[in-house]
Design a protein around this ligand. Structure first.
Ligand SMILES: [Zn+2]
Length: 577
């Protein structure tokens, strides 16, 4: 007999390749909501130029001059009909500023002589020693050059940070217009040259994302982020592009003629949003495979819908999410307008990532959207404030309900309009616990009803075997779609317990289907690891807290759908307490 963790499950059954190419993988077994151990580094300084850093290497006075110029990368646009416009990407008109990147003057021997950052126009100005041949090196990194807080590395080549360089011969006077460009490597037919533009295109989306956050929080400090990109990152090697909450890193596809994500700005911004939610807010998302039309666990639907919507906010209000790929990078794997109703996404609801993205986009954007009864135009700051505040601290599992309930509290004048917009998706917002969840689906052959998503089990109750809708307590595979990711709606059952008094309550979940082991998840507010049970054996755990506090957990099974019962036993306080 063996206890499975969720990661075991994923290893055994594999992770389905999803067209969205935005899988993310949750860590397992750690303290669920523990604040991340972050490395705080300097912020980027978009308008700082390198000349002021000359003193770091003693350059200055009569022994050095300023070398200046502009650093750019070739930027292929996504074509309306599908794919990337690589044939025109290296035209001078398509050169896009390398913003905020670390840039250095290096000696012939490779020593760093001076260092700074490009500004928001890609301009640099660095001190260089007179009468020497040097190299100007632009590095795919943001922040303090000695310790960048963002870097794009080759995960298949010893974590080397990508860079492009320009040899320069310095004379006795200042040297201007030392411009250089990172090109695509595209020869009109295939990638035959170095794909130098790719890491800078990736870096530029992070620059844009940080800029959006600063509109809401000017002093935001960004925990270190590494982005793993390689021409060798294919569906066969990394599956898809994803953010890993355990390593706090983003991994991105670069497989030519299959799926390259380096120029898919919305895909990049989507993954960055997962980094943001994990580091600045809180996500209880299970991760795993998902696709349009799936009925997802509410934590997954929220995280994915938020990332789709926020990618458009990061990219200057562009609602059209495009993932390009295929032979010659000439097609689209996904085109998704977060402003419009998605055909084929099944029944709208809190379980739908497209319902989530459409609601959050309409909260943000200015244009009224008659089809969706959208009169909201709150912009980004109220969304940011909820994500880093009430949503981070909710006692419930993170979902559209916890998000919108908080947004209504903090934007009381718009509460009615928020309710109206949510109602278009069939969603009623009462509180963070999804009371009146309006679940109108057939589950395991029975119609579900309109009561809370959470079943309440209080101390003193024993052998509770039915849920809030008077149906058997169960885990379900109704919406599993056979992809092995236990992240779909009703795969787990949500429970809440209110402590009658300060102290401890012992919970016992007993599988009543033979051959099943249960496991228990907790929201980040509980700040604890999952509890895994054994086959055919009850799983027991204890909740500790003060009187009248609400504590949530979810029951899932590892071997398939199961019915179960719950008991809650108030424990005596320890004598010395
Ligand atoms: Zn995602």
């Amino acid at each position: 007999m063996r206890n499975f963790s969720r990661n075991d499950w994923l290893a055994v059954f594999g992770v389905g390749l999803v067209a969205v190419a935005v899988l993310h993988i949750s860590g397992c077994g750690g303290a669920g909501g523990a604040p991340p151990a972050v490395v705080i580094d300097g912020q980027i300084a978009p308008d700082r130029v390198g000349s002021q850093l000359a003193a770091i290497t003693g350059l200055g006075g009569a022994t050095s001059v300023i070398v200046s110029g502009k650093a750019t990368y070739s930027s292929p646009l996504a074509i309306a009909g599908g794919g990337l416009d690589l044939d025109n990407a290296d035209n001078p008109g398509r050169r896009t500023a390398i913003r905020g990147a670390v840039i250095e003057v290096r000696s012939a021997a490779g020593a760093v002589l001076s260092r700074g950052n490009t500004n928001a126009q890609g301009d640099y100005a660095l001190a260089a020693p007179i009468n020497q041949s040097v190299t100007i090196v632009a590095i795919a990194a943001l922040g303090n050059g000695a310790q960048p807080n963002v870097s794009v590395v080759d995960n298949t080549n010893a974590q080397a940070i990508y860079a492009v360089d320009l040899p320069v011969t310095v004379g006795a006077v200042a040297l201007a217009n030392q411009n250089f460009n990172a090109s695509t490597g595209w020869d009109g037919t295939r990638y035959s040259g170095a794909r130098s533009a790719a890491p800078f295109a990736i870096l530029d989306v992070v620059f844009s994302a940080q800029a959006l956050i600063r509109t809401a929080s000017a002093g935001a400090v960004f925990p270190a982020l590494k982005l793993n990109w390689s021409v060798n990152n294919s569906p066969a090697t990394v599956v898809t592009s994803f953010y890993n909450t355990a390593t706090k890193e983003i991994t991105l596809l670069g497989a030519a003629n299959i799926d390259t994500d380096e120029f898919d700005t919305h895909v990049l911004a989507h993954e960055w949003t997962h980094y943001f939610e994990d580091n600045f807010g809180r996500s209880d998302s299970l991760g795993g495979a998902h696709g349009l039309g799936d009925k997802l666990d509410p934590t997954v639907a929220f995280g994915e819908g938020l990332a789709n919507a926020m990618s458009g906010m990061i990219l200057g209000g562009d609602p059209v999410y495009v993932d390009t790929g295929r032979q010659g990078q000439a097609g689209n794997l996904l085109t998704l307008n977060v402003e419009t109703e998605q055909g084929g996404d099944g029944t709208d609801g809190f379980w739908s990532e497209t319902s989530v993205q459409e609601v959050i986009w309409d909260i943000f954007d200015v244009p009224a959207d008659g089809a969706h009864s959208d009169t909201l135009a709150l912009g980004f700051t109220p969304i940011f404030n909820v994500l880093v505040g009430r949503q981070k601290n909710t006692l419930a599992f993170t979902s559209l309900h916890s998000f919108l309930a908080a947004l209504k509290v903090e934007n009381a004048g718009s509460a009615g309009a928020i309710d109206t917009r949510a109602a278009v998706e069939g969603i009623t917002i009462n509180d963070e616990f999804q009371t009146t969840a309006n679940v109108l689906l057939t589950v395991d052959g029975q119609p579900s009803t309109t009561n809370s998503l959470y079943t309440t089990v209080n101390a003193g109750q024993a052998n509770v075997a039915v849920d809030v809708n008077s149906r058997p307590l169960r885990t379900s595979d109704e919406f599993l779609n056979g992809d092995g990711s236990l992240n779909k709606l009703f795969n787990r059952a949500f429970i809440r317990t209110v402590l009658p008094a300060s102290g401890r309550v012992q919970l016992t979940a007993t599988p009543t289907t033979s051959g099943i082991s249960l496991f228990i998840d907790f929201p980040g507010s509980e700040n604890r690891a999952n509890v895994n049970g054994s086959r055919n054996v009850a799983v027991t755990f204890t909740i500790t807290g003060v009187a009248n506090t609400t504590h949530c957990f979810a029951v899932n099974s590892l071997e398939g759908p199961s019915t179960f019962s719950l008991s809650a036993l108030a424990l005596a306080k320890p004598a010395n307490n």
